[in-house]
Design a protein around this ligand. Structure first.
Ligand code: TRP
Length: 347
C-alpha cells in the first residue's frame, strides 16, 4: 500500500491468490502455492483472499463448514509464515465490490465459454453435479476474474489446474480494455510451480481432504508417522533386496518435493532401483523431513489458536484495506464503462 500512496517509491507488482475455506490446508497447498507466497511477500505487494463466497458455489448445503473454516485457513496462513505486516489477508464475503464486479463481468463472457472451461469441466465431473450444476458454480471463474482484477493483480501463484481460470480472466480484461479503448485493468500472469501437483499419499493424482489422502499442515506427529507408514510405494517391491521402481512411488515423489539434499535423494533412488534398499529406510528419512517441516507450523498454529482475537484483528485490518482497494477498482471500471453513477448524477 505504501507504494501506491507514495508516488516516488518504485511501484511494486501486485500478487493475489486465494483459498476456499472448506478444510485444513495441507502439504499440497504448501508446495503448490504457500511456499511461493512466502517468497513473494518479500518482493511484491501481496493480497490473499479467504474465498468463502467462492466456497459457497459448491458448499451451499453446508455454510456452517465454510464459516468455521475461515478462521482455520487464517490460522494456517499465519502458522506457515504469511506475515500480516507484508501480506494483506482479507475475507472475500466482506468485499461487496467484488460481487458487483462479478455481475458486470458476467456480461463479457458467454455461457458456452464457461461450459468449455477445462477446470470447470473437470470439477463438474469430480463433484458429480450431472446436469444439476449450480449457476454460481458455473460462473465462479467470472467471480475469480473479479478477485484477480479487483486487486489489479499482475501475478497469480496457483496450481496448474487453475491456469484456465487466469486465461478466462485475461479474456474478460481484454474485452473490457478493448471496449473502453485503454488498459483500465492489467492482464494477470499465472505463476505455476515447476514441481507440479503433489499427489495424495495413496498415489492418487490429487491430495484432498475429502479423499482422506492428505497431510494437513496442522497434523500431529502421530498422524504424520501414520501417513508416511501407509504411503503408496512400489507394490512389487516385496523384499528390501528386490529392485524397486521410483516412478509413481510416493515416498520418492515426496522426497523430491521436500528433501533439499538432492545428492542423497539421487543416491537413495539408485540404491532402491538396484535392489537392497528397503521401504522402511526411505520412509524413515521422509518422515524426519516432514516432521521437521510441520512441527514448527503446528506449534505456531496451536499458539495462535489460543488467541483468536488476534487472528480476527488481522482479518479485520486486512479486509478493510482490501475493501478500499477493490472499491477503487470498481469505481475505475464503472467510470471507464460509463455506467450510471448515482453519486455523479445526484451531486
Ligand atoms: N479457486 C481457487 C481454489 O480453488 C481459490 C481462489 C479464489 C483463488 N479466488 C482466487 C485463487 C483468486 C487465485 C486467485 O483454490
Amino acid at each position: 500500500m505504501q507504494d501506491n500512496l507514495n508516488p516516488t517509491a518504485s511501484p511494486r507488482r501486485t500478487v493475489l491468490t486465494g483459498d476456499r475455506p472448506t478444510g485444513p490446508l495441507h502439504l499440497g497447498h504448501y508446495v503448490g502455492s504457500l511456499k511461493t507466497r512466502l517468497a513473494l511477500q518479500e518482493t511484491h505487494q501481496q493480497f490473499v483472499l479467504v474465498a468463502d463466497t467462492q466456497a459457497m458455489t459448491d458448499n451451499a448445503h453446508d455454510p456452517d463448514k465454510v464459516r468455521r473454516n475461515v478462521l482455520e485457513v487464517a490460522l494456517d496462513y499465519l502458522a506457515v509464515g504469511i506475515d500480516p505486516g507484508k501480506t494483506t489477508i482479507a475475507v472475500q464475503s466482506a468485499l461487496p465490490a467484488l460481487a458487483e464486479l462479478t455481475l458486470l463481468y458476467m456480461n463479457f463472457v458467454t455461457v458456452a465459454r464457461l461450459e468449455r472451461n477445462p477446470t470447470i469441466k473437470e470439477e463438474i465431473q469430480a463433484r458429480g453435479f450431472g446436469r444439476d450444476i449450480p449457476a454460481g458454480f458455473l460462473c465462479y471463474p467470472v467471480a475469480q476474474a473479479a478477485d484477480i482484477t479487483g486487486f489489479k493483480a499482475h501475478v497469480v501463484p496457483v496450481g496448474e489446474d487453475q491456469a484456465p481460470l487466469i486465461e478466462q480472466t485475461n479474456e474478460i480484461v481484454r474485452r473490457i480494455n478493448r471496449q473502453v479503448g485503454r488498459d483500465v485493468l492489467p492482464e494477470a500472469q499465472a505463476l505455476i510451480p515447476t514441481t507440479g501437483r503433489l499427489p495424495g499419499v495413496d498415489g492418487k493424482a490429487k491430495m484432498s481432504k475429502s479423499q482422506g489422502n492428505s497431510i494437513p499442515l496442522s497434523s500431529s506427529a502421530d498422524a504424520i508417522r501414520e501417513s508416511v507408514r501407509s504411503m503408496y510405494t512400489d507394490p512389487n517391491h516385496l523384499r528390501a533386496s528386490d529392485p524397486g521402481t521410483v516412478e509413481g512411488n510416493m515416498v520418492f515423489t515426496y522426497l523430491d518435493a521436500f528433501d533439499e539434499d538432492r545428492a542423497t535423494v539421487e543416491r537413495l533412488k539408485a540404491e532402491y532401483r538396484a535392489g537392497g534398499l528397503g521401504d522402511m529406510v526411505v520412509k524413515r528419512r521422509l518422515e524426519e523431513q516432514l516432521q521437521a517441516l510441520i512441527a514448527p507450523i503446528r506449534e505456531r498454529r496451536e499458539q495462535l489458536a489460543r488467541e483468536p482475537g488476534y487472528v480476527f484483528d488481522v482479518l479485520r485490518a486486512g479486509t478493510q484495506r482490501a475493501q478500499a482497494v477493490t472499491q477503487g477498482t470498481l469505481d475505475d471500471v464503472r467510470a471507464a464503462l460509463g455506467t450510471f453513477s448515482f453519486d455523479a448524477v445526484t451531486r
